[in-house]
Design a protein around this ligand. Sequence first.
Ligand code: NDP
Length: 240
Amino acid sequence: MSNKSLVVITGASSGIGEAAARSFSQAGHPLLLLARRLDRLEALKLPNTICEKVDVTDLDQIKSAVAKAEKQYGPVDCLVNNAGVMLLGLCDTQDPKQWEQMIQVNMMGVLNGIHVVLAGMKERRHGTIMNVSSVAGRKTFPNHAVYCGTKFGVHAFTEQIREEASSYNVRFINIAPGVVETELLSHTTSKEIVSDYQDWKKQMAEPLVSEDIANSMIFAYQQPQRVCIREILICPTKQE
Ligand code: NDP
């Protein structure tokens, strides 16, 4: 299979997903970009790219976008399951709807993506699925209880699905970033928590930028198919 196969990236309308879209495009891949803000996807103006307004919590929307892209560019060889939300809060005061949103997007969204592409990859005996979890999927942080729950979950199911898919030559890669400067924090509704987080972030003279994560994705994907980098935990040097 050509290394210029179709790559699907969820949550490509900002931050890490947007940087990943630019990097995979620069590497010559046709792309399917998914997010709810279609205008932001289209504004990237990347060549050989289909942009679709998709909510990753809706399995059918992902299915029909992938079918459309595969018709034009051939089978998906790489899925970057990047879409995610971080709504920080304390369990006694946070609106449970915010937990539901994180569980739906960060876990169901990733599982939906896997469900849509994995059967084809197994059949072709070739493919790569990259799930963006977090350092918060390996250790806990204040106000992050449910967010951490979703990201620990991503690590857990990725490891099990990898075992199930390994004999089909399909790779599963966990990308686990530390603090990256993006829009992620802007959705947290507690001003106090946002301010505490920003103070904590200031201790790291240099948080990562989205391109740092995109570079690690490209590195992992461009390894020969026999090489599966199972996990990349990538943090600012000054993050504890
Ligand atoms: P951004 O907020 O910039 O990007 C999040 C992306 O997810 C957006 O493109 C957004 O698109 C998309 N998204 C959110 N909800 C949905 C949905 N229901 N359906 C489709 N797309 C959705 O943050 P980051 O780039 O930082 O986040 C990317 C990933 O990286 C997330 O999984 C996050 O948890 C993870 N991460 C980030 C870290 C950081 O410090 N920034 C650290 C560790 C992990 P739209 O709103 O247009 O739908």
